[in-house]
Design a protein around this ligand. Structure first.
Ligand SMILES: Nc1ncnc2c1ncn2[C@@H]1O[C@H](COP(=O)(O)OP(=O)(O)OP(=O)(O)O)[C@@H](O)[C@H]1O
Ligand SMILES: [Mg+2]
Length: 263
């Protein structure tokens, strides 16, 4: 049986769909059978990120009971499958929540990893998906409003017993106005799994309707997505000792250059 991983955030626009398309590509690259589900049911984005908008049958048809799951799953050229949403859905009240729950359970049996791109926040639409998750992956940015909103989701997930396995800190600029990692980790009471830099070519990837990892296969940001895929695949979300040591030795070398004698 596969894992159902819901990618969620408190605030909108932090990079959930971007994370999902790049993670789906890198997980498929590892040979896993992955389906990327557009769980943003009223404002679906996955198709837009991948340049695919004219799906004859969508997840919404499945949720209305008008089609089977198999009919609504498509193969992306990069190897992962997509269960797309439909731009025509007006309101979440059109969704049959029993069909939603059953579909997510069935998908777990069909795939190694079911990656769900969720709506932001704690509204009915987001919560109906979060409640079904085996694991939650939170995406946030290093700024206070995004962090406080992320904390709300993490807190709520803990209350209802859904494990928050990872935090993707996206759009990191490394400038003085970014919140520092230690502050973020203590505000979220959760360790950061991976940092993804703010990179102007992300916008180009969106324009080209292809995942960044495909457009720039050797880029350092792509390596981060491969590392995230490794963590998601193995379940070892927390930074490994070697990574922390590598970061520490980098810090030590900077301190040494600056004339500080740290061990
Ligand atoms: N690391 C990054 N560097 C620069 N731009 C980024 C990065 N990640 C995402 N973006 C840009 O931020 C914008 C929002 O990204 P995205 O659509 O993935 O966010 P979202 O959380 O899914 O939004 P929504 O809540 O509306 O679904 C897009 O223009 C995307 O290209
Ligand atoms: Mg989105």
């Amino acid at each position: 049986m596969g894992k159902l991983i819901v990618v969620s955030s408190g605030k909108g626009g932090v990079g959930k769909t971007t994370t999902c398309v790049n993670l789906a590509s890198t997980l498929a690259h590892r040979g896993l059978n992955v389906v990327l589900v557009d769980g943003n049911l009223t404002t679906p984005n996955v198709g837009l990120h991948l340049g695919l908008t004219k799906f004859p049958i969508t997840f919404n048809d499945v949720l209305k009971g008008n089609a089977s799951l198999e009919d609504a799953i498509y193969v992306h050229p990069l190897g992962f499958k997509i269960l797309p949403g439909s731009l025509s859905m007006r309101s979440f009240s059109e969704v049959n929540s029993r069909h939603l729950k059953r579909s997510l359970i069935e998908l777990r049996d069909m795939f190694d990893i079911v990656l769900v791109d969720s709506a932001a926040g704690l509204g009915n639409e987001a919560m109906s998906i979060i409640k079904q998750a085996d694991e939650l992956l939170i995406v946030t940015n290093p700024e206070l409003p995004a962090i406080t909103d992320a904390f709300k989701i993490i807190n709520h997930a803990k209350e209802i017993g859904i494990p928050v396995k990872g935090v993707v800190l996206n759009k990191v600029q490394g400038k003085g106005h970014d919140l520092g990692n230690q502050a973020i980790e203590s505000l979220l009471e959760t360790p950061i799994t991976i940092e993804i830099a703010h990179h102007h070519d992300m916008r180009q990837a969106l324009y080209k309707k292809t995942p960044f990892v495909h457009m720039r296969p050797n880029h350092h940001v792509t390596k981060k997505y491969h590392s995230l895929a490794h963590k998601v695949h193995t379940g070892e979300y927390v930074r490994r000792i070697e990574e922390l040591e590598a970061e520490n030795s980098f810090l030590r070398s900077i301190l040494k250059t600056l004339g500080f004698n740290s061990k």
